[in-house]
Unconditional design. Sequence first.
Length: 149
Amino acid sequence: MSLPEIPALTEKLLAAKKAKGLSFADLETIVGRDEVWLAALFYRQASASEDEASKLLTALGLSSDLASELTGFPSKGLGPVVPTDPLIYRFYEIIQVYGLPMKEIIHEKFGDGIMSAIDFTLDIEKVEDPKGDRVKVTLDGKFLSYKKW
């Protein structure tokens, strides 16, 4: 299995998005939330407010009956296995190679602690380059110091 089973709701949302010819950037404008957050919502990695769910379902032409699924608690994560999808695996590989260096530099600059994945944003940009377009990923998380007790 290369990816976890996709929830039925995800399949409905993606099909409706495709049928309407909308991008996540289009939905960002309509719903008022970042395109990455919306994609996470589609995959049930985030939870919408009633208003966000209503705007999204209206834009996609889907029944408001689905709002309860979008506003429910999400089930986060891909699971315990190493991902085999090439794009997702590449991020796993980046952390395998650069994880310890990143940790060392974060500790040098901030001290003993971690980067929040809750007080966090993620941005993905396309950077045009004559040698081949580039993917720019920005992870922006609050630094959380470990406390002593």
